[in-house]
Design a protein around this ligand. Structure first.
Ligand code: G6P
Length: 607
């Protein structure tokens, strides 16, 4: 989704801005632009399409040492150069980049039009530049502070003015903004990844905070002009992970990295001696955890399916009710926050607007909310009352893969901890840990069968529609498999609980609609086999993902992908991998933009 980046220092700003934008590319965008201060005027360049197109249009010669840049994911107004940021005021003296949505922009714009302002775009964002123009009186920070109370909605923004050379002013409310402190140079960005190549010293801004930046310093304050003290944090993000390291796509690299990511998520968190889990970041002791009577997991997209999987495991092993809620629904449903209930928000990016606002709504109602995040220092990670970092490493491909299995890792460890506080015996805890430790090697085994999965993809990738069916704890995996396929191949796909087949989806079965069946050797295997037979009887093609050597399944299915045997509750980790690989190969064969599929964004920072 939209990314913003600002630079102020002694180097050639255009080069640094383009580099920063490239590091925001993975979030998904449709156009981009930069504005560089150049003496008494601005130079603005905007292009539709890839950053490379923008970079190729910039002049060679240096033209300024400060500037702002943006990757846009269209919300208000089509994908055009005019709608791309930065936006300027009537006299092109003020430039802004903005993430978020200004909900009252039409009212503001109408008033500005009456006053004679000329607009160049259809965006909501452009009003900010014109509002600053209205109130500017030599001090950019003061002007921004006058404008912010007029804005209804969300923003992460950076402004610059030709009359204030070497000054950038940033502000946030609901969209992330981070300050990077370099050596006589400063950075502002919506994503720490944009600046890690230049500095590891950052300041995370909170909502309603305003920062004024010059090459050698910064000040933070609120709209009422109260100074705000900010701590400097060292980030540990590994810049090298932005390299495909020999893979054709980030997605394939990230699928392959799952074994290592799971291992990282387990380190120090499985206590073999006590056969339990250890998660220091929860900030809750065992007595407090024992008081928990209910668990609610809140998330969006792939993270939602990780939460849904965990809800099955928690109910089964912890024996307390657990349910999952879509963040986008929860925030408006006037949810009843119950006592003795533990809430989790799950988010790879830690910036998903729906999940962030659901978190705030829950906290407003007095809930205790923990986070499961990948991005260290992200807004959700900072605002939750405790939580777990999944340590997957940066996930660049828009379609989430390794974050899913890493989220499961964290949630399974939490479940073990909770279950051992209650009914799970020492012996059962040990068996659980043994199975957990087997996972990385078993996933490696599945990855080594990639050629076979590619051949199956080759047979089916021209299909118009797919069904994904699973039961119990593997039902969310079926949903995730369908999500992966539709996200990156644009093939229509739906996930269902296999038991629901007769209640509607079976009407879709014909020879052109293949069904993926998740049919491991668990307690529901025979039920799944019955459903497979129903599909077969109606001429439907079946691709089954089953346990090694399951001859009965092999006999019914048209194609089979085998996974190794494991303790049944761990099958979600194994079954999802072939589904990720299948989606990947279909997308490649269809010539899709695998890492940055159309219309999608990695980090959905607007509603
Ligand atoms: C977007 C992404 C999905 C992701 C979802 C939730 O829709 O395209 O891949 O699963 O957001 O993201 P989060 O960062 O909160 O896990």
């Amino acid at each position: 989704m939209c990314g913003i980046f600002g630079y102020c220092g002694g180097k050639k700003a255009s080069e640094i801005l383009i580099e920063g934008l490239k590091r925001l590319e993975y979030r998904g965008y449709d156009s981009s632009g930069i504005c560089v201060g150049n003496g008494s005027k601005f130079s603005v360049y905007k292009r539709v399409g890839k950053i490379k197109v923008l970079a190729d249009t910039l002049p060679e010669k240096p033209f300024g040492h400060n500037g702002i840049a943006h990757t846009r994911w269209a919300t208000h107004g089509g994908v055009t150069e005019a709608n791309a940021h930065p936006h300027t005021d009537c006299n092109e003296k003020i430039a802004i980049v903005h993430n978020g949505i200004i909900e009252n922009y039409q009212q503001l714009k109408d008033k500005l039009l009456v006053k004679g302002h000329k607009f160049k775009s259809e965006t909501d964002s452009e009003v900010i530049a014109h509002l600053i123009e209205e109130v500017f009186n030599g001090d950019l920070t003061k002007a921004v502070k006058q404008v912010l109370p007029m804005l209804k909605g969300t923003y992460g923004l950076i402004a610059m003015h030709v009359d204030c050379p070497d000054v950038l002013v940033g502000a946030r409310n609901g969209s992330p903004l981070i300050l990077g402190i370099g050596n006589n140079e400063m950075f502002l960005a919506s994503d720490v990844n944009a600046m890690v190549a230049y500095t590891k010293q950052v300041v995370y801004l909170n909502d309603k905070e305003i920062v004024t930046v010059t090459p050698d310093g910064f000040t933070t304050s609120d709209v009422q002009d109260n100074a705000i003290h900010k701590d400097i944090t060292m980030v540990e993000t590994d810049g090298e992970s932005f390299d495909k390291q020999g893979y054709n796509h980030f997605m394939m690299k990230e699928i392959a990295e799952q074994t290592e990511a799971i291992k990282r998520g387990m380190v120090g968190r499985l206590n073999v001696d006590e056969a339990t889990g250890h998660l220091g970041g929860l900030n809750m002791d065992n007595a407090q955890l024992l008081d928990v009577e209910r668990i609610v997991l809140v998330a969006a997209g792939t993270s939602y399916y990780a939460g849904m999987t965990a809800s099955y495991l928690i109910e089964n092993l912890v024996r307390i009710p657990a349910r999952v809620e879509l963040a986008s629904e929860l925030r408006y449903k006037n949810i009843i926050v119950e006592k003795n209930t533990l809430y989790f928000v799950i988010s790879q990016s830690g910036e998903t607007a729906d999940t962030l606002f659901a978190l705030r709504e829950l906290q407003r109602k007095g809930a205790h909310v923990l986070g499961i995040c990948n991005a260290v220092g992200s807004t959700i990670a900072r605002e939750t009352d405790g939580g777990v970092y999944i340590h997957s490493g940066p996930e660049i491909a828009v379609a989430s893969t390794k974050a899913f299995t890493s989220q499961l890792t964290a949630l399974y460890i939490f479940t073990l901890l909770m279950a051992r506080i209650r009914h799970l015996s020492f012996e059962q805890g040990k068996e659980f840990i043994n199975a957990f430790n087997e996972l990385p090697a078993l996933i490696e085994e599945i990855l080594s069968a990639d050629d076979k999965i590619e051949q199956i993809a080759d047979k089916y990738y021209k299909s118009q529609s797919f069904m994904f069916l699973g039961r119990g704890i593997n039902y969310p995996v079926a949903m995730e498999g369908a999500l992966k396929l539709k996200e990156i191949s644009y093939i229509h796909a739906e996930g269902f609980g296999a038991g629901e087949l007769k209640h509607g989806p079976i009407a879709l079965i014909n020879e052109q609609t293949p069904s993926f069946f998740l049919v491991p050797d668990d307690a529901l295997r025979d039920k799944n086999i019955s459903n497979m037979k129903e599909v077969k009887a109606r001429g439907g093609k079946i691709i089954a993902v089953c346990t090694n050597g399951d001859d009965e399944v092999k006999e019914i299915a048209d194609d089979v992908i085998e996974v190794p045997k494991i303790m049944p509750c761990f099958y979600p980790f194994l079954l999802v991998v072939p589904l990720q690989l299948f989606a990947y190969h279909c997308a490649v064969k269809l010539g899709r933009d695998v890492d940055q599929p159309r219309n999608l964004a990695k980090s959905v920072t607007v509603e």
